[in-house]
Write a protein that binds this ligand. Sequence first.
Ligand code: PMP
Length: 392
Amino acid sequence: MLEVYLDHAATTTIRGEVIEVVSRVMRDTGNASSLHNAGRQARRIVEEAREQVAYAVGADPIEIIFTSGATEANNIAIQGMFQIANDGDQTPLSILTSAGEHHSVLDPIRYLADKSGALIQWVQLSPDGAVSETTLASALAVVDPPIALASLMWVNNETGAISDIRALARLCQDRKIPLHTDAVQAWSIIDLDFRSSGASTMALSGHKIGGPQGIGALVAKRSFGPDPLIHGGGQERRIRSGTLDVATIAGFGVAAQSMVRDRSADTIRRSALRRRLASGIVSSVPEAILNGPPLTPTDHVVPGIVNVTFPGVRAETLLMVLDGRGIYVSTGSACTAGVAEPSHVILAMTGDEHLASQSLRLSLGRTTDEADIDHVLGEIADAVDMARAASI
Ligand code: PMP
């Protein structure tokens, strides 16, 4: 059976050169904090990877703090920035965010609301799922008490909607509010340039760019250090203690370098495939509704993500029917407990539970080709009919 993997937003195929470097470095013994030669060798590998990641994101090497992934980077940024703002002060503080954020942003914010009395100020999503300057400006206008931080994602992982983070950061800077941005899905399509972005911190993940799983980075301005969540040996500017995973970090560095090299060609190729897939689905299943950025080629289109609602069809059922045919898609962000839940992003955009539980995400990667798309288009109408019959 032909297998078509269209869940690259959940995790994408690791690059060959990454596998090579990880397996080579893994053979070496050495703790990057040790003073002897073996330790210094490990340190050199870590620092080279730090430079590669920094270069790829337009930051200084000292601004890269390696973490276990973007979940950890989002948690450090949000909890660590809130703790700094909250220090010893009795005034209740707000955190500004949107309901379309990833759970690794929403859940630490809700945790702070429960445990530390943070107030959450929600910014409305536009109909395409992005945050606009207008909605942010109106949210900022009504906020009282003071805002400890704002957390707004660059590209939405379920719809591909792009927010203009530079413009949003300017609005935050005018109010002296630090902005954290989850840039996980943005990095492989946009030249982020952390220096000019206006963000104070940014979260990155290795496995969304062809690097290893379990590695990512918090990018944090050198003048800006969130409180640590993990205390210990003081590695990574004392923000993230723990022995560095040298081989995985080396793989992350190489992945960042290759991703930047391939980015524009890959973006053009994937844009064409995305259009073919999205327009093909709508003509095969006329009642299907495309969510997120419109299909017309604009610079607000993320090449890799197609999010579709199939009215009357439970997304989970359609996912399983497609799975039985070797086509791997998702109902939104990868679900933690293996139980598909209605997409909180589509719910935030439409306010409709039914639409949220009838939406599928198909995400393309650098290994996706025309044959993959055509195979899906050949199966989709029949799979939808079958899933609809089973959804009644
Ligand atoms: N943010 C976004 C937007 C994501 O898509 C993901 C991965 N699903 C994460 C954060 C979490 O990244 P990681 O898997 O590296 O923890």
